[in-house]
Design a protein. Structure first.
Length: 563
């Protein structure tokens, strides 16, 4: 995984020098050629390329940093300011830096002292941001001379630090392997400063005297590339404006939310013009999925020749305090990914009330295992189960039928239904998915009257009896669904009691309403013998699907039960 992140980081940086990286700032310190302070320009955050440093703690950036380092302002700033001046001293002799050195000269009353006095007038927000230098109208960090000297200094330091150790990622000794942190990235629910994918705590007990990074042998260049790649995957996207259907939000191009602290990242080894497979999980569109089916099952790929060699990569990450936990890693050909994706949508497709195929977004399927939100309360979920189930479903989506979904996922969604929560299309789709992935049964997207499974038939039978009750006595607070649904799904003999005791009462009031459906389904069950003593978890899922499809097959019963 680290190796592929390194290659991705190298690709997106497009050969830019590793001596520079994008940094944010919001304040310009404007001085003149004599080092006299002119004014502060404070505004919104901007980005510029600055000297790269491996870790901020105990270090200062060249020409761009906080007020403590640059101006020596604030509490406990003396040491930080000295670090900044020591860094600046390394670049003495560069002509364009003369105004900056004059600014810090002790005999310049119009330099640092004046700037510190004026700094106190800035608002609190501006004081907390990074600042950098402008000489008149020129920002020093953006001049060719300053960038060249930063790169030259970086290359000199790399040669000095080179220790001949071989990097386990690139297999070379071109860049030094040093015992230092690789860098932090922002993760959902992670610590504010960022989280580390690779970090070092205690020295390993069997490391042959090696410590920290020396034990894992990742060179500084590869470390920077994988951090840059990771940061890009976590942040790349665009703003979506608010419309009639959804609020404005930020759409991420390479990540999907699994739970509050867990996300899945995905990318390809080479850039590819594929049938947008990255957005279909979030907002699946029937037309787009049909194009995917046509491409995969007909063998007509719309991707081009690159599809034969391109690879699809995916990793699921969770924030764990200051560290990142890797939950899984997947690498496969893009062709295989598309085939698996087509299988996923076949397994979750459902017909809606208009008779058209629809597909539940991944996040809705994950939420189908969680407790329903009640009116007026904040959404609640079991973070651990949501993270675990979300990771399972993501793997099921990209790995195809070779990946078996644990039965516990089915039990989670059934528990929600047994506890009288909404039996939604998403829950039905998830039940269908788990059954299809764990058995040879090919559960359909709508009512399957040819399905002779006893559990499926029992579910259909229960739905018919429920509809008869509604026709006979209307809506009741404690009908047979509330009283017997969960019990009948596990102990189908209860249906025999309903047939002998309840059905005759309903028929007395409604005559032959639904008698044909009742007799037809009951006859198919009797052909197999008596009602089984108990249903397995898979069979309970079939029971639930039989009930769901039968209930939605009759419009009048659907309207009554949902009212």
């Amino acid at each position: 995984m680290i190796q592929e992140l390194v290659e991705f980081g190298r690709r997106i940086t497009k050969g830019k020098s590793m001596a520079l990286k994008e940094e944010t700032f919001a304040v310009d310190i404007v001085i003149n050629e004599e080092g006299h302070f002119q004014r502060f320009i404070a505004g919104d955050k901007q980005t510029t390329e600055a000297e790269v440093i491996t870790a901020k703690k105990g270090k200062a950036r060249f020409l761009l940093d906080k007020c403590e380092e640059v101006l020596g302002a604030g509490d406990k700033s003396e040491k930080k300011h000295k670090l900044f001046l020591d860094k600046l001293e390394l670049y003495k002799g560069i002509p364009s830096l003369n105004p900056v050195f004059k600014f810090y000269a002790d005999d310049n009353e119009n330099g640092l002292k004046k700037a510190v006095a004026e700094f106190e007038k800035l608002d609190k927000k501006a004081k907390a941001e990074n600042m950098t230098f402008m000489v008149d109208t020129t920002r020093l960090l953006e001049t060719d001379e300053i960038r060249s000297v930063i790169i030259k200094k970086f290359e000199e330091n790399e040669r000095k630090a080179s220790n001949g150790k071989i990097c386990s990622i690139c297999g070379t000794a071109n860049s030094p392997v040093l015992d230092e942190p690789h860098g932090l990235v922002k993760m959902p629910k992670g610590q504010t400063a960022g989280c580390a994918l690779i970090s070092y705590n205690e020295n390993a007990f069997e490391s042959y005297g090696l410590k920290g990074n020396l034990n894992s042998s990742i060179c500084r260049e590869c470390a920077r590339y994988y951090i840059e790649g990771l940061r890009f995957l976590l942040s790349d996207g665009y703003n979506v404006e608010e419309d009639d259907y959804q609020k404005g939000h930020y759409h991420y191009n390479h990540r999907i939310k699994i739970s509050d602290n867990t996300i899945t990242l995905f990318w390809t080894r080479e850039e590819a013009n594929v049938l947008d497979p990255f957005s279909v999980f979030d907002t699946p569109d029937a037309k787009e999925i049909k194009r995917l089916f046509d491409s995969v099952w007909s063998g007509k790929s719309a991707v081009g020749s690159i599809i034969d060699t391109n690879m699809f990569y995916s990793c699921t990450l969770s924030s764990a305090a200051a560290r990142i936990a890797v939950r899984d890693w997947t690498a496969m050909s893009l062709d295989e990914y598309k085939r698996n994706l087509a299988e996923w949508f076949q397994d979750i497709e459902m017909f809606d009330n208009n008779g058209e195929l629809s597909y539940s977004p991944l996040r809705w399927l994950i939420n189908a295992t969680q407790r329903d939100k009640k009116p007026g309360e904040k959404p609640k979920s079991d973070l651990n189960s949501k993270t675990r189930i979300g990771t399972i479903l993501w793997n099921a989506a990209i790995k195809g039928h070779s990946y078996k979904i644990p039965i516990e996922v089915l039990q989670y969604v059934l528990n929600r239904i047994w506890k009288k929560e909404n039996f939604s299309k998403d829950r039905a789709a998830l039940i269908k998915l788990v059954i299809n992935r764990n058995t040879s049964k090919n559960m359909k997207a709508t009512l399957d009257e040819s399905n002779t499974s006893v559990a499926y038939l029992c579910g259909r039978l229960f739905a018919v009896i429920e509809s008869m009750q509604w026709k006979a006595i209307g809506n009741v607070n404690n009908g047979i669904k509330e009283r017997y649904f969960a019990a009948a799904a596990s102990q189908p003999s209860i249906l025999g009691i309903l047939l002998t005791k309840n059905v005759p009462i309903y028929q007395h009031k409604i005559g032959g309403y639904l008698a044909k459906e009742l007799n037809e389904i009951a006859g198919k069950i009797s052909d197999t013998g008596t009602f089984p003593q108990r249903f397995s978890t898979i069979e309970q899922g079939e029971f639930a699907l039989g009930y769901y499809f039968q209930r939605n097959h009759k419009k009048e019963s659907t309207e009554s039960i949902n009212s």
